[in-house]
Design a protein around this ligand. Structure first.
Ligand code: 5GP
Length: 114
């Protein structure tokens, strides 16, 4: 299992603006935000890509989405809306090989369905 920058953030070895943490996952602001709100939700269990999620680990992905929705409600933009994204491997644009969910919000987002 390879160590990533996100593991270092969990261990507090490098700084990040952490906005939520529990026993299962951590959420922090993306260092290069692509929207006014750009938060990454990362499980504490090591899984390199979405391809590596076993059936008995599927709940881990669900937890990330649930935590993102709860954050959106707490922060007051759930009704306005937001986007969640998970990139996988080269064509998906994945650059950090520990699964994570992007939460993007704070403005109308272009792209899909437009
Ligand atoms: P990916 O491209 O793998 O889906 O997303 C990785 C994300 O991690 C990128 O949006 C990138 O800006 C973010 N990122 C990379 N290094 C760091 C870091 O050291 N700190 C934080 N907060 N975000 C990072």
């Amino acid at each position: 299992m390879s160590d990533t920058i996100f593991h270092k953030i969990v261990r507090r070895e490098i700084p990040a603006t952490i906005v939520y943490e529990d026993e299962h996952l951590i959420a922090f602001r993306d260092i290069a935000p692509q929207a006014p709100v750009h938060v990454l939700f990362v499980p504490k269990e090591t899984i390199a890509t979405l391809n590596d999620v076993r059936e008995d680990q599927a709940h881990i992905v669900g937890r990330l989405a649930h935590a993102a929705a709860e954050y959106a409600k707490r922060e007051g933009f759930a009704e306005d809306g937001y986007r969640i994204v998970m990139n996988c491997n080269a064509n998906g644009g994945q650059t950090v090989f520990q699964i994570h969910l992007h939460l993007l919000a704070g403005a109308p987002l272009g792209g899909f369905g437009r």
